[in-house]
Design a protein around this ligand. Sequence first.
Ligand code: GNR
Ligand code: NI
Length: 167
Amino acid sequence: MAILQILHYPDPRLRNTATPVTGVDDEIQRLVDDMFETMYDAPGIGLAATQVNVHKRILITDVSESHDAPVCLINPSILASAGTEQMEEGCLSVPGVFETIERAEQIRVQGLDKTGKAIEFDVDGLLAVCIQHEIDHLDGKLFVDYLSQLKRSRIRKKLGRGQKQSL
Ligand code: GNR
Ligand code: NI
């Protein structure tokens, strides 16, 4: 087990599009274990492989207080969504920034679990928000992308070295 380094905005590697996992082997399972250790250590309630500089379609979450509700989704996709909900979000890759974001309230997701078995389920509330946030990471998208230009440039100035390109 190992704690992995988390990339921080505006690192351009957070903009990579992750590629599908072709086989859930020992290496992938080790990565998932390391991602859980990294997320619990941070601490956070979700983590996408993109954030630890592995550009494969893997996300994990655990929205419980007691760290006993781990969810791993490999090659996740959202089959259906309904409603809208606003929630204050944060991101381990954008430390110290918390902003209200609107997302779907309920989603049906499908993917593979940590053992490579196909799974499909409905979620709502914080877990639904978190899964949408993590899938965005796998597509190179960050929650700050939903904010106004002005807010985003303030965040970039605070966290980055004031790069000019719009990351
Ligand atoms: O720890 C996290 N908290 C959080 C709160 C509200 C909405 C989404 C999140 S995910 C975040 C961890 C993270 O950066 N995952 O990519
Ligand atoms: Ni995040």
